[in-house]
Design a protein around this ligand. Structure first.
Ligand code: 5GP
Length: 191
């Protein structure tokens, strides 16, 4: 396969920053993109589909995949739940001559960048403020007090890695954030 197709787009952010909505927007706008479906040991949320949003697997299965080196990267992101990017999913997308979009946490994005320093861009989506982040997470209604707090704590920690990323979008107004993302992704795909 020609090297020019082996690109990767990483979208990363603290949880609740609106990253998933921006990813969904990009997927609609650029048909050459394909969402990389991660494996996770967390429970599906309402409306989430197996093989579309995630591959929902058990912890023993996840550990076996770690052992078999099936992951490009993996992290224990929240409350003992594992998340990982499957090499097979990236290969599948490249075979289709498409560009994988990875919606992953900050540590995971840094790991992928280390392995693929060229032909990869990372976009960091920053929530406007901690108060707004809290409001959005509460609105989602899927978090317990404990998991909300865990996500807020992690968010503060993840913000400290912001400067690591070459593209930072502040998601104050969704339309503006999408426009900025369109420009970054469009330029990257055309290069
Ligand atoms: P959620 O539980 O809200 O779907 O995701 C929690 C966090 O895990 C988000 O920041 C999401 O981007 C991240 N995440 C999802 N898939 C992966 C993955 O494959 N690897 C890593 N490192 N993080 C992931």
């Amino acid at each position: 396969m020609e090297k020019k197709y082996k690109k990767i787009i990483l979208i990363t952010a603290p949880s609740g920053s609106g990253k998933t909505s921006i990813v969904n927007h990009l997927m609609k706008k650029f048909p050459q993109l394909s969402f990389s479906v991660s494996a996770t040991t967390r429970q599906p949320r309402k409306g989430e589909k197996e093989g579309v949003h995630y591959y929902f697997i058990s912890e023993p299965e996840f550990r076996e995949k770690i052992h078999n080196k099936e992951f490009l990267e993996w992290e224990m992101v929240y409350e003992g739940k594992y998340y990982g990017t499957l090499k097979s999913d990236i290969e599948r997308i490249w075979k289709e001559n498409k560009v994988p979009v990875l919606d992953i946490d900050v540590q995971g994005a840094i790991h992928v960048q280390q392995q693929y320093p060229v032909n990869t861009i990372a976009i960091f989506i920053q929530p406007p403020s901690t108060e707004e982040l809290k409001r959005r997470l509460k609105l989602r209604g899927s978090e317990t007090d404990q998991s909300l707090q865990a996500r807020l704590n992690k968010s503060g920690y993840e913000m400290t890695f912001k400067e690591h990323f070459e593209n930072i979008i502040i998601n104050e107004k969704f339309e503006n954030a999408c426009k900025e993302a369109d420009k970054i992704v469009g330029d990257f795909l055309n290069n």
